[in-house]
Design a binder for this molecule. Sequence first.
Ligand SMILES: Cc1cc2nc3c(=O)[nH]c(=O)nc-3n(C[C@H](O)[C@H](O)[C@H](O)COP(=O)(O)OP(=O)(O)OC[C@H]3O[C@@H](n4cnc5c(N)ncnc54)[C@H](O)[C@@H]3O)c2cc1C
Length: 400
Amino acid sequence: MKPERSHDVIIIGAGPAGLALATALARAGLKSRVVEQQPLAAIQNPKPDSREIALTHRARCILETLGHWQRVPAGEVSPLREARVSSGSSPFVLPFVPPFDATARGHEALGWLVPNVHLRAAAYAAAAAEPLVTWDTGRSVIGLQRDGQGATVLLADGGRVTAPIAVAADSRFSAVRRMAGIGAQMLDFGRIAIVARFEHSDDHRGVAHECFRYGNTLATLPLPGNLSSAVVTLKADEAPEWLALDDAAFGARVQAQLAGRLGSVRMTGQLHHYPLVAVYAHRFSSHRFALVGDAAVGMHPVTAHGYNFGLYGVEVLARELSRNFGDAALQAYAAEHRRVTRPIYEGTNAIVRLFTDDRLPAKLLRGALLRVARGLPPVREMVTRQLVGGAQTSSHSLRM
Ligand SMILES: Cc1cc2nc3c(=O)[nH]c(=O)nc-3n(C[C@H](O)[C@H](O)[C@H](O)COP(=O)(O)OP(=O)(O)OC[C@H]3O[C@@H](n4cnc5c(N)ncnc54)[C@H](O)[C@@H]3O)c2cc1C
């Protein structure tokens, strides 16, 4: 009789993508070992990071199937009813509203905003409830070896863990990706996103705004009640001056840039800031190895696809491994994930390049594009389809 193996998959990284994969594999009857460098307490009770994650219909469906959605406090979920895009001094505003078929399914929203801290806590709680998931927390991966028998990860404390397959979910700056000999296309925008919550006197009516101003961009995302999240992106060398502002001065600057929209503004949350670097791995799989989450595709946040893509990848990888455990499943996952993510990755980077270019020809093109897109409903329909999660909105491949 063959000895029972202790795990089928090693998952490196207990961020939201790694944790979602652990649950999805468990639902497919596969055992995983999650190796995370942070201590258990840090993933059980994650600290707020000011990120408000916009989720598509397809992502919500996956989160419901994994039992994450039900674990997020209901009062923390905000429907995104409309998104409006504007550029500099152009009078044209490009609106996006939910497509008819989404409304017909009872979802009168383009998507939903959920604080990252709640998504992370829910992802841990769901994985921790699965008997097929076991843990190595507070242990850092420093090496990866693969041979005909399996994959072994080497830990900083001298330990090692072996399984037939290893999956890295260790962030966009993934060290394990490099250990597997996989390179990545990295696009450093030289910009920083500063994120914080604020309270305002006027109703946001569930509308998000993306204003590509000249100098910096300002996005506002509707949260429960009269709260919104401000996402200011600007050149990295201009960030220290913004970060040195006290709450009143920061709020006054946001209010001035909103030009009366949302009324008076008062900052309510801590500021967090993130470097804007987009990453696309050259490959998503190799022998006995795969990449998921930001380690595979690290998106610029402007089109709000990062974690959505992470969830799509988890869904496909778990489905393929449950059907045909081995390298062929990893390759099938890699091909499908590339097909779904590559056009949006390239499109997002092109939008960011154009709409953060303040030279005159780019400014003129920015205004013209908004004007043209406004007059072309099929273009808006196509972009809206991406916002809600494309045609694939079912997570039937994950078991309840
Ligand atoms: C400002 C901002 C706004 C965003 N908005 C959106 C949005 O609206 N919609 C959306 O879909 N996405 C959004 N995102 C993207 C989203 O936050 C990420 O895609 C998601 O958090 C990535 O999760 P992950 O699990 O892949 O990686 P991470 O969260 O980076 O987790 C990686 C984990 O790996 C662990 N690790 C790293 N190295 C090792 C090692 N050597 N050994 C062991 N463990 C290791 C780390 O400790 C960490 O726990 C946004 C991002 C930012 C910055």
